[in-house]
Ligand binder design. Structure first.
Ligand SMILES: CC(C)(COP(=O)(O)OP(=O)(O)OC[C@H]1O[C@@H](n2cnc3c(N)ncnc32)[C@H](O)[C@@H]1OP(=O)(O)O)[C@@H](O)C(=O)NCCC(=O)NCCS
Length: 314
């Protein structure tokens, strides 16, 4: 394959320091481990501890990705962070990360597309590499969902976690890199899933059933479109990383696709739904197993409603 550009050369993740198991909600929320595991697949999630926020997690994940790539922060040209939970309206998380990792002076910006944020940002990062505007991009997905979720609402509190995933993307030799992207949004469906700014009283609201049904449709639609228009067969796909919202969503989506279940990456049991972080926090578990020449599909969906997917050739 010629012409592929943005190659992943380093991956890293950071999770909130406090591990909260399902039992941790039992007394306060009139729920139990069995309900949560059966309806969502989640067993535990990480919440930020005092002193941690979206930017500290993003910087921590970034340092790990740089170390994994064997690069110093000076090697980066651009920092792009997908997030909807920046601790303040300004500055952006990306700017704070630049300072924290010792890369002040280079371009830094956030991109908001909720749980589809990483896939959106990957397409932007890839475009910057293709255009020649950057040679290496630090691409981050980071969200602190505890800052927008009502911890007294059992129908949402149990679902979300705090985390960040980062990748170093560089202009490769043309063999390995992003091949294609899909981006979509429909603001008419905004009432199905929305939240106020972090720290405000307007906490996350969702119509769980409608979002569930929509997600089960949109994942296979994106995967099939990427495969068909790039002439890639399901056998050539090594991994699909869907946004980690609910294991039952992923299972129902997989049943609609011609892809064996073992190729689908699932880590909801450990991390819950970490929004824009959920796809990039998956990489450290699989990157070492990547088989050159095969493909990885990343597929995000979330508030907006937004959806986005990426086809990556290893
Ligand atoms: C939220 C979700 C897990 C709820 O599961 P569900 O099977 O659809 O459950 P329902 O919403 O039909 O609720 C069933 C009952 O469980 C109750 N319930 C909700 N959360 C509960 C909890 N943590 N513990 C116990 N009971 C709970 C509800 O109150 C409801 O009770 P009622 O019938 O007495 O009103 C599911 O709809 C979902 O995951 N939707 C997608 C949400 C999502 O992924 N959003 C992010 C997208 S990026």
């Amino acid at each position: 394959m010629n012409g592929v550009v943005g190659k992943i050369v380093g991956v890293g993740r950071a999770l909130g320091e406090r591990v909260v198991t399902n039992d941790g909600f039992q007394n306060a929320l009139n729920t139990d481990n069995a309900w949560i595991v059966e309806r969502t697949g989640i067993k535990e999630r990480h919440f930020v501890a005092d002193g941690e926020n979206c930017a500290t997690l993003a910087a921590d994940a970034s340092n790990k990705a740089l170390e994994h790539a064997g690069l110093k922060s000076e090697a980066i040209d651009l920092i792009l962070c997908a997030t909807s939970t920046a601790p303040e309206s300004m500055p952006s998380v990306a700017c704070l990360v630049g300072d924290m990792i010792g890369a002040a002076g280079i371009g830094a910006m956030d991109l908001a597309a909720a749980c589809a944020g990483y896939s959106y940002a990957a397409s932007v990062a890839d475009s910057m590499l293709r255009s020649g505007a950057a040679r290496r991009v630090l691409l981050i997905g980071a969200d602190v969902m505890t800052s927008i979720v009502d911890q007294k609402d059992r129908s949402t509190a149990v679902l979300f976690g705090d985390g960040a995933g980062a990748v170093v993307l560089e202009r490769g030799s043309g063999e390995s890199g992003f091949v294609d992207h899909i981006l979509g949004a429909d603001g008419g469906m905004a009432p199905l899933l929305r939240a106020g700014h972090p720290g405000s009283d307007e906490k996350l609201y969702q119509n769980g059933r409608e979002v569930f049904k929509w997600a089960v449709r949109i994942i296979p639609q994106m995967v099939e479109k990427l495969l068909a228009r790039n002439d890639v067969s399901p056998e050539q796909v090594q991994y699909i990383i869907p946004h980690q919202a609910n294991t039952r969503i992923i299972q129902a989506a997989v049943r609609k696709m011609d892809i064996p279940e073992e190729k689908i990456v699932v880590n909801l049991d450990r991390f819950g739904n970490t929004s824009a972080a959920s796809i990039p926090i998956s990489y450290p578990d699989i990157y070492g197993h990547f088989e050159p020449g095969k493909y990885v599909i990343t597929a995000g969906f979330g508030a907006g409603l937004t959806w986005a997917a990426n086809l990556y050739r290893i």
